[in-house]
Design a protein around this ligand. Structure first.
Ligand code: MG
Length: 220
């Protein structure tokens, strides 16, 4: 699979770790409690696409949704790190769209397929280095579909903040430079349809834009 162009400062990540239900309002809209510990899952790197590349809707799902997220790019190796170490290891942040086949997520206890279809992980358009290790608290994330705002959230409202998430992940999985951690989505997730234009914006980063297409080709 060719390496997509993600934008300045961004290389294809070695792995992608995601946090589910990290904003109270999104957990509530899904009728789920906020977990007592970060709820982790992974997206395959084969799902990564760059700015401008199409999100392709697979025939296996009738309910593909956007999830605008703040993506953290790891700058140095983290293994069983405390929050202080984790805070200092952030290379920067970017925009991530944790595209999800909601119908498959509901019916399959493992989310590998629902979260892992090719093109289900738009990333970019650049890496934004934080001004200081606590600046993540001021970040905001938004999603627009066809110019209409669907999601808006503040990192300060996360159940588990960036250092806590990175520290927690590193207690199970060693994080390497370039790895990407998607930190969860605020409320307002909703459907993507062919012809839509979806935008994820993270303050300081810019806007990640992707068109949405029906998947074409054999076995679509
Ligand atoms: Mg998500």
């Amino acid at each position: 699979m060719p390496v997509p162009e993600l934008g300045p400062g961004l290389a294809r990540p070695g792995k992608i770790i995601c946090v589910g239900r990290n904003y109270r309002d999104h957990a509530e809209e899904m009728d789920n409690p906020v977990p007592e510990r970060p709820l982790l899952f992974q997206k395959p790197v084969s799902a990564v696409i760059g700015p401008g590349e199409p999100i392709r809707l697979p025939g296996e799902s009738d309910e593909v949704e956007h999830e605008a997220e703040i993506g953290v790019v790891v700058g140095r190796r983290l293994s069983r790190a405390d929050e202080e170490e984790a805070r200092a290891a952030v290379a920067g942040v970017t925009c991530v769209n944790d595209v999800t086949a909601r119908d498959l997520q509901r019916t399959e206890s493992q989310w590998a397929r629902a979260k892992g279809f090719d093109s289900f992980c738009p990333v970019g358009p650049r890496l934004h280095a934080l001004r200081d290790p606590d600046a993540w608290r001021e970040l905001e994330v938004r999603c627009r579909v066809n110019g209409e705002e669907r999601q808006s959230g503040r990192a300060a409202d996360m159940a588990f903040g960036l250092p806590a998430v990175l520290s927690y992940v590193s207690r199970a999985i060693t994080l390497e430079p370039g790895d990407l951690v998607a930190t969860g989505t605020p409320s307002g997730v909703g459907p993507l349809r062919p012809g839509d234009r979806v935008e994820v914006e993270v303050s300081g980063v810019g806007v990640l834009r992707n068109p949405v297409e029906e998947r074409s080709g054999a076995g679509s």
